[in-house]
Design a protein around this ligand. Structure first.
Ligand code: NAP
Ligand code: F7E
Length: 363
């Protein structure tokens, strides 16, 4: 039985990866952070399984990482832990650098210092944000990077330190350059989930309107459940390499909105431009989507489109298993049920969050 350690196990990808590895018969260990509130929603259904174990560790704390590596002695480490919100990285740049850049160095050193460098393989959650202010479209493994946020600059360090340890110490470590991947478990302040939840609430009369930033931003959106398989495939390959993981299909935030509202039973029509653009309900003429400068970023990445040719050819991965249309359908159907099932108290809490979102306090 192989043993895997996942940092960031409570996150969207961590939870899907756990399920995937348990399904493959792994002994799965995850690291969690101490918190005063319960944040284990995504993995609570796995707790109590004999092959699933949790340990406290923080990417800012080398000692905790060394301790857990000594205890678990994993065959594979999946380093998913990160401050992953690009907008938040402008508000907390130093914390983002500590976790997303130095944190990668800490886990690599922890592997070395616990004597596991020769036998333990590492997957690093790298990102399409490295392409940032893009120099070519679509982007592949050879496209030059131009990071365009504190998050991306931190992740660039992570990318290079992984390459450095691979060459300097002959360690089996890879960067997965993953383009945006979403799901019904996506954090509620990322644009796709913000839209699917709002579409569901608006359709059920529980929210008036949705405020968004740049509607013209373009992304290559895939399904998170499909992407975790690729993380595993990279570590099963006969040599450590970096891979772009994407669908090869690009859409705008506006397209996503259109389709999500349609799935919730509302036909939207967009009129106007820039800050004056609005999404109207075609049936009633009511304004349901507005643009707010609160959700614009100091520098925004607006043209991400991945070329997954290498992952397809070398790893045999299928980038179009779940289409864009199906992804939106999965998310909206989930959120329609969730919104309908939320009890009154939860509804108040959610509405407060929405109000904060609308005021741009929490993005
Ligand atoms: P996510 O849902 O935000 O999960 C992030 C995880 O990291 C959570 O488990 C979080 O724990 C943990 N974490 C944050 N700070 C930590 C710290 N100081 N010490 C230990 N753990 C910490 O992110 P995701 O969407 O699953 O993404 C997983 C990874 O892939 C991230 O590294 C992200 O940057 C990268 N990535 C994501 C995408 C995407 O589209 N989803 C694309 C490319 C790359 P808490 O629950 O305690 O906050
Ligand atoms: O923004 C625009 C926003 O926050 C997507 C992370 O997982 O993927 C994610 O980062 C686009 C941007 O994701 C709103 O300006 C418009 O252009 O959903 P997002 P992201 O920044 O692409 C990458 C690959 C990662 O590595 C990250 O960890 O949508 N946008 N209006 C908005 N974005 C948000 N959040 N909220 C809005 O209201």
């Amino acid at each position: 039985m192989k043993t895997a350690l996942i940092t960031g196990v409570t996150g969207q990808d961590g939870s899907y990866l756990c399920e995937f590895l348990l399904g493959k018969g792994y002994d799965v260990h995850g690291t969690i952070r101490r918190s005063s509130t319960d944040y284990r929603e995504r993995i609570s259904h796995l707790e109590g399984q004999p092959n699933f174990h949790l340990h406290y560790a923080d990417m800012g704390d080398s000692m905790s990482l060394i301790q857990v590596l000594n205890k678990v002695k994993p065959d594979e480490v999946y380093n998913l832990a990160a401050q992953s919100h690009v907008q938040v990285s402008f508000d907390s740049p130093e914390f983002t650098a500590d976790v997303d850049a130095t944190g990668v160095l800490r886990i690599l050193e922890a592997i070395r210092q616990t004597g596991l460098a020769n036998r333990c393989r590492l997957y690093q959650a790298s990102t399409s944000e490295l392409y940032g202010k893009v120099v070519e479209v679509p982007q592949n493994e050879n496209t030059p990077f131009y990071p365009y946020s504190p998050y991306a600059v931190a992740k660039l360090y992570g990318y290079w330190i992984v390459k450095e340890y691979r060459e300097a110490y002959n360690m089996f470590c890879c960067n997965g350059i993953l383009f945006n991947h979403e799901s019904e478990r996506r954090g509620e302040t990322f644009v796709t989930r913000k839209i699917t939840l709002a579409a569901a609430r608006i359709a059920q009369g529980k929210q008036e309107k949705l405020l968004l930033g740049n509607l013209s931003s373009l992304r290559d959106w895939g399904y998170a459940k499909d992407y975790v398989e690729c993380m595993w495939l990279m570590l099963q390959h006969d040599r450590p390499e970096d891979f772009v993981i994407a669908t090869g299909v690009q859409h705008s935030v506006r397209d996503f909105c259109h389709l999500a509202f349609k799935e919730a039973g509302i036909d939207l029509e967009f009129v106007g431009e820039g800050l004056d653009e609005k999404g109207l309900d075609k049936a009633s003429g009511k304004v349901l989507v507005e643009v707010s400068p609160d959700f614009y970023r100091p520098t925004d990445v607006v043209n991400l489109w991945g070329d997954p040719t290498k992952a397809k050819a070398v790893l045999g991965w299928n980038p179009t298993k779940t289409s864009f249309e199906e992804l939106v359908r999965i998310m909206v159907r989930h959120d329609m049920k969730k919104v309908a099932a939320d009890d009154a108290a939860d509804q108040v809490r959610k509405m407060n969050l929405v109000e904060y979102l609308e005021k741009g306090i929490v993005k």
